[in-house]
Every structure is written in C-alpha cells, then in structure tokens.
Design a protein around this ligand. Structure first.
Ligand SMILES: Cc1cc2nc3c(=O)[nH]c(=O)nc-3n(C[C@H](O)[C@H](O)[C@H](O)COP(=O)(O)O)c2cc1C
Length: 337
C-alpha cells in the first residue's frame, strides 16, 4: 500500500481526494457518508455575501421594510433561504461536523466586495473550521470596470479576510483572467495559502419558445480537467500558494493527473453527485492500485512531475503547441461525400 498523504493548506491530509462544495456537504449525513468513504477533507457550500448582507439588513427589517435597500437586496437573491442552511445553520454545521468526523472541514464564503459581511470569516473560524475557501464567483458585466480594478478587488478582499482569521485561506478562482499566472502570483503574495483552479461558471440557456432565460446546471465532464491540468502545470513552483484542482476530476487517473500537474489535492463534486458519496472509496482503491502498479511509494513523490518546469518539452504548454495541435488534425476521407 502506497503512502497517499499530502500536505494542503498547512494540514496533513490522508489522501489527495477532497469533496468540494456541493449539496452533499450541506448536511451532517452527507459529510459523514463522505468521511466514511474516505475523502480527506470536505468543503462546505458557500455562504454568499448577499445572504450575509441581507441577514444584517433583516435585523433592521421592521424599520426598513418598504425602503429600497431591503427590497433590492432581497430581490437580488430570491432563493436565499433555499440554497444552503443560511448563516446560523452553516456555523452549526461546522460545529457538528467537527464533532462527528475526524477530517478537516473547510468553510466557504462567496463574495467579491470588502464589507462587514466578511466578519463571518471569524465566526467560521470560531465555529471550528480548519480552513476557509474564498469562492470568488462573479461575472464582470460592467464594461466600465477594468481587469486591473477587478483583480485588485480580489486581492483587497483576500487581504481583508486574511486580517480576520488565523486559519489557512484558499481562493477558488475563475479561469477567465487575461493573465492567470499574474493574478495567481499576486494572490499568493497577498497571503492565499492555496489556489483552487477553477470554478465552473453556470451559463444560462435560452428557452426559444417562451423567450426566457433559463438557469441550467449541468454536472461536469472529465474533459474539463484538461484546462485545469494545463494551468496547474504552468503555476507549479511559481506561486507561493498550494494548488488544488476542481473541475472534471471523475476517476483515480484524474487524481493522478492532477497531482502530476502539481496539485496537492484533487477536488470532486460531479462524480460524487453522479455515483453517490461511496464512490470516493472506489477512487481511493483505484488510486492505491495505480500507485502500486507503477511503483510509486507515495503521492508526494509524483507531485509536479508533469509540471511546466519538470517535463522535458515545456513548449507543449505554450503557444507553439497550438499550431502543432491544429495541424495534427486530419479530415475524414468521406467528409465531402
Ligand atoms: C449543485 C452544486 C452546488 C455547488 N455549490 C458550490 C458552492 O456553494 N460553493 C462553491 O465554491 N462551489 C460550489 N459548487 C462547485 C463545486 O464545488 C465544484 O467546484 C465544481 O462542481 C467543479 O467540480 P466537479 O467537476 O468535480 O463537479 C457546486 C457545484 C454543484 C454541482
């Protein structure tokens, strides 16, 4: 049996398989089932800036009801009370999870502006969270806001949260940056203990009969892993923070690839939602078998072995490879038939 342990966020984890935020981690039953199946850590569903802002507004709701402030915030986030357990429920879930499972519990906050809501980071720490994940899911719809301003906003937010807590902080990033390596480095320098690559954006679809925009949430496919492998391989050894992959991790070979690219952990959601929490056990068994068969004594031994700086031909990760890949495509003989 190989040594599956890894270091992530200053914690020793028993394997690189982490259950990322999803409804599976939104109940103590789900968390216990994941822990029983062997996942090394769980990330709880995010608490949203809008939820926390609304919570503080609702304290004054009687005074403010009917005013624009409250109505605007409430309307902005209509499903506020159905998505997760809400602020108090989330703190209680952290406490309960810490009592019931012996794996690290990572709490998650989603927001993009510095404000009073980030006091919540401290409450999560006090509730017993082992680390915090800052989920920076936002859509840059305002054409007057520059990339520089948006990126600085993320750095400022991380800095403000870092000032609140002593526990490690990870930042879950979007793939949509002009210079991902640069923002990754800046976040590392601003104190991110880990960077989680990449958030999945849920694109709305159109109902062309009703002419309505409809929310669509499709689970990921394994091909989505490739973009994450590419960027983790590029960033490995070039940023201060640990690296984690989320998006497209569906099997033990996907975990192997993630670690070889340079990730300390591979996070899984869609595959666990597809097959149930017990699937983690299968992935870990397959991972162990793979390492044995390939004579790896430990997971750490292979970490970064396929990174940009480690492979003999790093140009495979650069622009030059683009032309090569395009020209490698051959048209089917019968394409014009
Ligand atoms: C139903 C659902 C709920 C999710 N909720 C959150 C969340 O609250 N916070 C978060 O950071 N990510 C959330 N995610 C994203 C997952 O944590 C994960 O990053 C994403 O699904 C990519 O991983 P996968 O390919 O293994 O599914 C959610 C995903 C799904 C499918």
């Amino acid at each position: 049996m190989s040594d599956l342990t890894t270091r992530y966020l200053g914690l020793t984890l028993k394997s690189p398989l982490v259950a990322s935020a999803s409804p599976l981690c939104d109940s103590i039953e789900g968390i216990c089932r994941l822990a029983d199946a062997g996942v090394a850590a769980v990330v709880l569903p995010s608490l949203f800036e809008e939820q926390l802002t609304l919570e503080s507004l609702s304290v004054h709701a009687d005074l403010e009801r009917g005013t624009d402030t409250f109505a605007e915030a409430a309307g902005f986030f209509p499903d506020l009370h159905t998505y997760n357990l809400g602020p108090d429920g989330c703190l209680e879930l952290i406490r309960e999870a810490k009592r019931r499972v012996d794996i690290p519990v990572i709490a998650s906050l989603n927001g993009v502006t510095v404000g009073g809501w980030i006091d919540y980071a401290k409450l999560m720490q006090e509730a017993g969270a082992d680390a915090l994940e800052l989920n920076t899911y936002s859509i840059a719809v305002d054409p007057s806001r520059s990339a520089e301003a948006i990126e600085q906003g993320y750095v400022d937010l991380l800095t403000a949260i870092r000032a609140q807590v002593k526990i490690p902080v990870a930042v879950k990033l979007s793939p949509f940056f002009s210079a991902p390596a640069n923002i990754a480095r800046r976040l590392g320098e601003a104190g991110a203990d880990a960077l989680v690559l990449f958030n999945r954006f849920y694109q709305p679809d159109f109902d062309i009969e009703e002419r309505e925009v409809v929310a669509s949430l499709a689970l990921s496919r394994p091909e989505e892993l490739l973009m994450r492998l590419h960027w983790v391989a590029i960033l490995h050894g070039r940023v201060k923070a640990d690296l984690a992959i989320t998006g497209g991790v569906h099997s033990a070979p996907d975990v192997v690839k993630s670690v070889m690219a340079g990730a300390r952990v591979a996070c899984m959601t869609s595959a666990l939602l597809n097959h149930g929490p017990g699937y983690a056990k299968t992935v870990l068994r397959d991972l162990d078998r793979w390492l044995d068969a390939h004579e790896y004594e430990s997971v750490q031994q292979m970490c970064g072995s396929m990174s940009f700086d480690a492979v003999p031909n790093p140009s495979a990760y650069e622009r030059g490879n683009y032309m090569k890949v395009l020209s490698s495509y051959t048209l089917r003989d019968d394409i014009f038939a």
